[in-house]
Design a protein around this ligand. Structure first.
Ligand code: BG6
Ligand code: MG
Length: 215
């Protein structure tokens, strides 16, 4: 077996938290009279909390002090934490648990590579945590995707080489990060958006790991 590890993004790959991020950012924007659109929310996928706020302020044409920005980051996250407080295993995306079970049986190592600083809570609430040999989240990286740092640290934590890793990503920035890191990338979503990925699937539902992981 050439590939030894599978590295998963969290939001939009294993669970669908985009709606919670959207609600919390939209509410936050109202502080400065701005209404975030769904299209703009798409562009925030995979992007860190700090960078997301900077983008929103840019779209809104708002200049804010560092103090104000820090206050808004806390406010957004408190709202987000409140929205995810009732997350449970039902919110695992279709086919994900079965896919994780297949690759575990095949002997692949499994790591998380997420920009989210709330990844641990979400993995615990959904029960997904049991599958992971390593967790690299937003608390462990200094550079946002498309920088490959999060995935390189994941490979390192698992003790494998980047070229032995396959990354699963729903965001363009994440696919770019995987490719920059010298890894294979499987996109979850639409091929027209994730055109840099080596393969694209729309869902894990009824996905056979053996054939998907053949390159
Ligand atoms: C990514 C999401 O996984 O995590 C982004 O796709 C989000 O939308 C980022 O901004 C950071 O998340 P958190 O939970 O640290 O605010
Ligand atoms: Mg994602």
């Amino acid at each position: 077996m050439k590939y030894k590890a599978c590295l998963f993004d969290l939001d939009g790959v294993l669970v669908d938290t985009a709606i919670y991020h959207f609600k919390a950012w939209r509410q936050l924007g109202l502080n400065f009279g701005y209404q975030l659109t769904e299209d703009q929310n798409e562009q925030l996928k995979g992007i860190s909390r700090v960078e997301s706020l900077d983008r929103i302020l840019g779209w809104a044409g708002v200049q804010a002090s560092e103090k104000e920005k820090s206050k808004w980051l806390v406010e957004k996250n408190e709202h987000y934490l409140d929205l995810i407080s009732n997350m449970n295993p039902n919110e695992i995306l279709p086919g994900v648990s079965d896919f994780l079970s297949q690759i575990k049986k095949e002997g692949y190592l499994i790591a998380l590579g997420s920009a989210s600083k709330n990844a641990q809570i979400i993995l615990e609430k959904t029960g997904l945590i049991k599958w992971f040999d390593a967790i690299i989240d937003g608390n462990k990286v200094s550079k946002s995707k498309p920088d490959p740092e999060v995935f390189l640290k994941g490979a390192h934590a698992l003790g494998v080489k980047p070229e032995e890793c396959i990354v699963f990503e729903d965001a363009q920035a994440g696919v770019e990060a995987a490719k920059k890191g010298g890894m294979k990338a499987i996109g979850i979503g639409e091929a027209s958006v994730l055109f840099e990925a080596d393969k694209v699937i729309s869902t894990f539902l009824n996905t056979n790991a053996n054939s998907l992981l053949k390159f």
